[in-house]
Design a protein around this ligand. Structure first.
Ligand code: BG6
Length: 489
């Protein structure tokens, strides 16, 4: 249904995100025949480059789907032929006017839609929007702008950014991306819950003991220290990616699958949450570590990070939703860089079976016998349910087994990257997976008081070795709420 001509301008085209994610996602959409017949891609950045140089740069990161390799080279050539470049300053109306002339030349007087992807630091969003929306909006067709986080550092700066953007754009034109919402398993969360009778009825405090949202990366902030030090892991991962998953997980049933209906429910649940307290948060920072004669740097070894930085690279938090469905259920989050593994999971631990007939077979540790539903968002996407099962044989021995839906076995096709889904949605005007400004406000309200307190009180993060399981603080935090982290087995 994207029938007219489409021009996609990637502002910040020479940056990492553009090279690694956006151009490859655009190519993948082209490869899957999801772009309109008549499309062009423009790169815009400060670096001086010719069209040919941009094409060379992009071509290094384009790949074809493993299961559909036919015509790959031809497709790449055709895609690259439609890519162009214009060098300019982000705050120059003149440079955007030049871009506009080039866009118009290619549009050749036809109805044309324009999508701008701002793959640039947030302090220049407003400059670009001011220059681009004045100069580069086409006479016919829509103009939409995709912006990437960080959307401010707290409630005030986020509200200010929204206010400035709205001077130049209508809310319907702004597509705030959170790429976690485009991940296959995150999208599937609602399908799992709302289209299976066995889940929705147990989706409440009556059956669920706690919910855990776990994000772990096995690499540090190498190369991104300058950005990261201003934000820290709570702003980088928790306030957006993990909170968005939480909102989808915990929201009430929306009236329909319409974007506004879904976002209304997300806002409601976010507004039912208690702002975080310092006592319900643990912060950590990785230190250098040597293993197998390899040494891994500390966070503060990064030359762009101050030696005395207190910025957390790890955090764990307990959050609560004060509504009828979730009263008293801890939602635990854990996010960290430079840990032992790369994994994102949603873990749902269920309550004990009342009056369990098989109690004695579990010894004293009934916690180990409760059901647990796990959605492994990445890597190796999977959904599994831990159940108790009789070990075959003459005796009565029980063990824990998994009912396991491993995506690679069930769906051998390659899973599209989150950016493909989200770019396609933006082109189609589908806003379901984008963040509305009131959602953003609600998300910041939960975290702003805590972030201020952490900074004002100069809370010292607990150090943990690079490549470890992180600090011990989260175990005490979990124990305080009667929870055991599920990712420890
Ligand atoms: C980004 C964060 O939003 O998400 C990064 O800024 C993080 O710090 C990245 O590494 C993780 O995304 P993914 O898709 O690789 O899990």
């Amino acid at each position: 249904n994207i029938d007219s001509k489409l021009s996609i301008t990637v502002v910040g085209a020479s940056g990492d995100l553009a090279k690694k994610k956006i151009f490859p996602a655009l190519f993948a959409l082209y490869y899957e025949d999801c772009l309109p017949e008549d499309f062009i891609v423009f790169g815009f950045a400060r670096t001086k480059m010719t069209d040919e140089e941009l094409r060379n740069m992009i071509s290094r990161t384009l790949t074809c789907r493993i299961d559909k390799r036919e015509n790959c080279e031809d497709k790449m050539d055709n895609f690259l032929k439609r890519c162009f470049y214009h060098a300019g300053l982000y705050n120059s109306e003149e440079n955007f006017a030049e871009l506009d002339i080039k866009l118009k030349e290619k549009e050749a007087g036809r109805k044309s839609n324009r999508l701008f992807y701002l793959s640039i630091p947030p302090n220049i969003f407003v400059d670009v929007v001011r220059c681009a929306s004045l100069r580069a909006s086409s006479e016919s067709g829509w103009t939409r702008v995709i912006v990437e986080k960080p959307f401010g550092r707290d409630s005030e700066s986020s509200a200010e950014l929204t206010r400035c953007l709205k001077q130049y754009l209508a809310e319907e034109q702004i597509f705030r991306i959170d790429h976690y919402l485009g991940k296959e398993l995150v999208e599937n969360l609602s399908v799992l819950r709302f289209s299976n009778l066995v889940f929705e009825p147990v989706w409440s405090r009556n059956y669920i003991r706690n919910v855990q949202l776990i994000f772990s990366e096995d690499f540090g902030t190498e190369g991104r220290g300058g950005y990261f030090d201003k934000y820290g892991i709570i702003r980088d991962i928790m306030q957006n990616h993990l909170l968005q998953i939480l909102a989808l997980f915990a929201m009430e049933t929306p009236v329909s699958l319409d974007a506004e209906d879904i976002r209304n429910e997300k806002v409601k649940v976010l507004r039912s949450m208690r702002p975080l307290l310092l006592e319900d948060v643990v912060v950590g920072q990785y230190k250098g570590h040597s293993k197998d004669s390899k040494s891994f740097p500390a966070y503060v070894d990064d030359p762009t990070v101050p030696k005395d930085s207190l910025t957390p690279t790890f955090a764990a938090a307990a959050l609560f939703i004060d509504n009828a469905r979730w009263d008293g259920v801890p939602f635990l989050m854990k996010a960290g860089k430079a840990l032992h593994t790369k994994r994102t999971e949603i873990r749902v631990q269920f309550r004990h079976v009342p009056g369990n007939l098989y109690k004695r077979n579990f010894g004293t540790d009934l916690d180990k016998a409760t059901n647990e539903l796990v959605l492994r968002v990445q890597p190796d996407e999977a959904i599994y349910l831990k159940i108790n099962n009789k070990v075959p044989g003459l005796g009565m021995r029980l063990d824990r087994s998994d009912l396991n839906l491993l995506y690679s076995a069930r769906y051998p096709r390659e899973i599209p990257d989150a950016y493909e889904r989200l770019l396609l949605d933006a082109m189609e005007g589908e806003r379901r997976l984008f963040i509305r400004s009131d959602e953003l406000d609600a998300a910041w309200s939960l975290f702003t008081p805590l972030l201020k307190e952490l900074e004002e009180k100069k809370i010292v993060p607990e150090l943990y070795p690079y490549g470890s399981r992180g600090p011990v603080g989260p175990h005490y935090l979990a124990a305080k709420h009667n929870v055991r982290w599920g990712d420890l087995g």
